[in-house]
Design a protein around this ligand. Structure first.
Ligand SMILES: Cc1cc2nc3c(=O)[nH]c(=O)nc-3n(C[C@H](O)[C@H](O)[C@H](O)COP(=O)(O)OP(=O)(O)OC[C@H]3O[C@@H](n4cnc5c(N)ncnc54)[C@H](O)[C@@H]3O)c2cc1C
Length: 548
């Protein structure tokens, strides 16, 4: 759903056509949760969303309450609908509960808290009766603000400055940032004001010295003819139709949020189809004439945004590429520059001068595999560990009493098996805040790590799309006094330095507790014979360990 129509990109198109560079055009678009009936945004509503089956999808796709909408809930809402669990509802009661008990106001925002309390009180007093649940949709805000400017808001074209909504992302003040503290989607009035202040002194000095030069008469005549041409046509292509066609390409999540090469190319060809017909635009009056020019600017902005998105072959902040789901600092600490050169749109990159910034991405290292040898777990049998992986909800906090916070099966293990089960485990690791991690049980034979012990399971950390971010191969087998065990984390790409050590310490802490609680817990549960409650499963490898 289109959230609101605001600027039409006239300023950006003017700067681009004059030869100014664009930067960060792939960032800026975002979605919010809106009331499906009215189209009005439900601010912070993403924290209390349910699918048609009554499942809380906020806790499924968001790690704890967030100060502003994260991309994961947008992708999650789309996924729920595509997999037949829509429509999505916003639950007012849950929202009020979360807001009251710390929730989204756990951050120091006294003024917005006071404002929302007043708004809520007014709504209750004067508004229509509140439905407990409101059907919601995704509202799109397309915000291309890509004119590249320096600290004085000067563009790359001498004598041209760009402020406010034209250059929010292009100033590199905004850009990819999705997570706090940098998450400020959308530009806004303060940005327009501050950008104007930043530009003012250099604009004033320039205008004092700049020679006044006007285009010659033939140039003015040529431009006039071009600008007013739609008024000379009585039939042709309607500006409203052109704008509607561009909106139909830009608004859907599949083109502007869940991007991939194929769909971006499809989007570009749809934009090109509109652009081909622009010379046929007609207008009946000056208002219609303005619309014709807006249609051309909107189409140009869509092309700039899609071309930049196609070039960035990684995911970062609000730019999500399904075909490149990982952030790639090794190759993509770069800005994408879009520029008109000899009537062609040219896309290049420019390295980000990281040394100029106080805050920099944590260095990453390519870690091969992190291995933890747990030694012998005295008094624990391999069968107990088999049982544990499919019955974890029965003792999750005992497994690591300090760091384990909550556990729920999103997909419980099938009766007699384990493959495909998905858990949402909320845990803390070392200095990192508690996170909800989505873990799927996969087949050890699918893991590139060679196994050495008889029993094994793969814990695959997956994103909302089901793509594997990291995998842990746990293996164990009988030993003289119990079980010997080893865990290996396999990283598909570079990780922040130090992460492997943090994980190893966490894994060691978890597994070392098995002798303390697992034999007792296992014994107690033997009284329950129903296999749907007390699940049973053998995790002995099909192929002997060591054979691939
Ligand atoms: C519905 C809505 C709600 C918003 N809510 C908030 C909010 O709560 N808080 C907040 O901070 N921000 C909010 N914003 C964003 C904020 O309004 C903008 O970021 C801000 O107005 C941008 O200022 P600007 O000067 O860069 O551009 P604009 O305010 O868009 O000014 C551009 C001006 O240029 C004129 N113009 C365009 N084309 C031409 C042309 N060819 N020739 C001559 N003139 C032209 C336009 O008519 C317009 O007056 C909201 C925006 C919308 C649409």
């Amino acid at each position: 759903m289109r959230m609101w129509a605001n600027a039409c990109g006239d300023g950006i198109a003017a700067a681009y056509n004059a030869g100014a560079e664009m930067r960060n055009a792939e960032f800026g678009n975002f979605y919010d949760v809106v009331n499906k009936g009215t189209g009005i945004p439900i601010v912070f509503g993403f924290n209390a969303l349910y699918n048609a089956q009554g499942e809380n999808i906020s806790s499924k796709y968001i790690q704890g309450p967030q100060p502003d909408i994260p991309i994961s809930i947008i992708l999650g809402m789309e996924k729920e609908i595509m997999e037949g669990r829509g429509p999505i509802y916003f639950d007012m009661t849950e929202f009020a509960k979360r807001s009251g008990g710390g929730g989204i106001f756990q951050w120091d925002r006294p003024h917005s808290k006071a404002l929302f309390e007043r708004e809520y009180a007014k709504m209750q007093k004067y508004g229509p009766p509140q439905a407990k649940r409101t059907e919601v949709s995704l509202g799109f805000t397309g915000e291309l603000s890509a004119v590249k400017v320096d600290g004085n808001m000067k563009t790359t074209l001498p004598g041209l400055w760009a402020i406010g909504d034209t250059s929010y992302a292009g100033s590199a003040w905004a850009g990819a940032a999705e997570a706090p503290p940098g998450r400020l989607r959308g530009s806004g009035l303060m940005n327009a004001l501050i950008a104007a202040l930043m530009a003012s002194s250099s604009v004033v000095s320039h205008s004092k010295e700049a020679p006044t030069s006007l285009p010659d008469d033939p140039e003015i005549e040529r431009l006039k003819e071009k600008i007013f041409a739609p008024l000379n046509r009585r039939h042709g292509y309607s500006a409203s139709e052109a704008i509607r066609s561009i909106q139909e390409v830009v608004v859907p999540v599949k083109y502007s949020m869940r991007r991939n090469k194929e769909r971006l190319e499809e989007a570009l060809s749809k934009v090109a189809a509109v652009q081909e017909k622009l010379p046929e635009l007609y207008a009946e009056d000056p208002h219609g004439l303005a619309k014709c020019h807006e249609a051309a600017c909107i189409a140009l902005c869509a092309e700039i945004g899609f071309r930049a998105a196609l070039a960035r072959t990684e995911s970062r902040g609000w730019h999500y590429r399904e075909d490149y789901p990982q952030r790639d600092d090794e190759n993509w600490l770069k800005w994408i520059i879009v520029k008109k050169s000899q009537d062609k749109m040219v896309v290049t990159t420019e390295p980000i001068p990281m040394d100029r910034y106080k805050i920099r991405p944590a260095p990453t290292t390519t870690v091969t595999d992190a291995v933890v040898d747990h030694g012998e777990l005295v008094g624990v049998t391999p069968e107990m560990i088999d049982w544990w992986w499919v019955n974890m909800e029965k003792g999750y906090p005992l497994w690591e009493p300090n760091d384990h916070k909550s556990f729920v099966w999103e997909v419980p293990p099938p009766v007699g098996g384990y493959l495909g089960a998905i858990q949402i485990a909320e845990e803390k690791m070392g200095p990192m805040p508690a996170m909800k991690i989505r873990i799927r049980w996969d087949d050890p034979d699918s893991c590139p790590v060679p196994g050495i012990y008889e029993h094994a399971i793969v814990a695959a950390g997956i994103n909302p799309e089901g793509q594997v971010q990291a995998m842990i191969l746990h293996e164990w087998e009988k030993s003289p006094r119990g079980t010997r065990m080893r865990s290996t984390m396999h990283f598909p790409g570079p990780v922040p330095s130090g992460f492997a050590e943090i994980w190893k310490a966490h894994d060691r802490a978890e597994v070392s507790t098995f002798p303390n609680f697992l034999p007792d817990l296992y014994r107690l549960w033997q009284a329950v014979k129903d296999p749907t409650i007390n699940r049973q499963c053998s995790l002995k490898r099909k192929k002997p360990a060591g054979q691939s």
